[in-house]
Write a protein that binds this ligand. Structure first.
Ligand SMILES: O=C(O)CNC(=O)[C@H](CS)NC(=O)CCC(=O)C(=O)O
Length: 287
């Protein structure tokens, strides 16, 4: 591999509508991964919950596999090897010993070897104004370890979906050397419309990283809807590709020198200062 090979590469995000059965979801993802690779992508990522979106939570636990038995692991390892690509599987539900699940992200190398795994840290326990209720922590065990993987083009920080709202995680990843960040997602429609683009652009701008965000889209089982709009964002904040609301894939040419350019122009990542806990000043009566 020449130096130029390590500076420039083509990245792809696939956008899909996962259903409640694992094998058809793997096939749906694989078809799109093949399309992205055929179009030249050397790094391809898939959304959160690539292998299943099962709204019935007891059923979701029942249908989950331990990592050692998950059909998606050899399936995507083989696909990465066959296509000779770096393959990030945004997440798959993995059954843990305590009967809870991990919302786990995987990175495979072009040799099919598993290079990194990351368990989503922040749980989406949220009551939306429109009446949608999410209690991710009822079935999922949160992770407690931030993870960075080596790639030929630089270090990749792994995150998942709701993590995107916790800027300190991204700052920690970037300060530890990440120049790319993955944010696979299954965002709700109302929060996506209000927050998705601005959150991802903010994480890119704050960290001077490229952000790759493959997303679920469309209508899933029991009418559950997701926002779509898979994005690739440059370190200065420009959106390089947006997948809209239908299944498919997006590509972008990644010039890794843009990381140093953005960080050179605004070195905020190096300007942290210590400060004391906030104090509430009441220098004069408020009312
Ligand atoms: O529910 C499932 O079946 C699968 N899980 C998910 O889709 C996850 C956890 S509930 N979704 C999110 O984190 C949405 C975050 C989001 O939308 C926001 O931060 O606004």
């Amino acid at each position: 591999m020449t130096a130029a090979d390590k500076t420039l590469f083509k990245a792809g995000c696939i956008q899909m509508t996962a259903g409640r059965e694992v094998l058809p979801n793997l096939e749906q993802a694989a078809a799109l991964i093949r399309d992205a690779a055929a179009a030249g992508a050397q790094f391809v990522m898939t959304p959160e919950n690539t292998s299943i979106i099962e709204p019935d939570k007891p059923l979701a636990v029942k249908k989950a596999f331990p990592e050692a038995d998950h059909p998606g692991i050899p399936f995507f390892a083989d696909l990465a090897r066959e296509l000779n690509i770096w393959l990030s599987i945004g997440s798959m539900a993995i059954r843990l010993d305590n009967r809870k699940l991990a919302n786990r992200s995987f990175l495979f190398g072009p040799d099919g070897i598993l290079r990194a795994r990351y368990d989503k840290i922040h749980m989406f326990d949220v009551d939306l104004p429109n009446g949608e209720v999410y209690r991710e922590s009822a079935t999922m065990q949160p992770g407690d370890q931030a993870v960075i993987a080596e790639t030929p083009w630089g270090k990749l920080g792994l995150t998942v979906c709701y993590d995107v709202r916790f800027a300190y995680l991204y700052r920690a990843l970037a300060q530890a050397g990440a120049t790319f960040l993955t944010v696979p997602a299954a965002f709700t429609v109302p929060t996506g419309e209000a927050h998705w683009h601005v959150l991802l652009r903010a994480r890119a701008i704050e960290t001077g990283c490229f952000v790759f965000a493959a997303a679920q889209c469309g209508t899933h089982a029991e009418g559950r809807r997701t926002y779509g709009h898979s994005l690739i964002v440059a370190p200065w904040g420009e959106i390089l590709a947006d997948a809209g609301s239908e299944p498919g894939f997006i590509l972008a040419d990644i010039d890794t020198t843009k990381v140093a350019t953005a960080r050179g122009a605004i070195p905020a990542l190096r300007h942290d200062r210590p400060f004391a806990e906030p104090v509430i000043h009441s220098l004069a009566a408020v009312d």
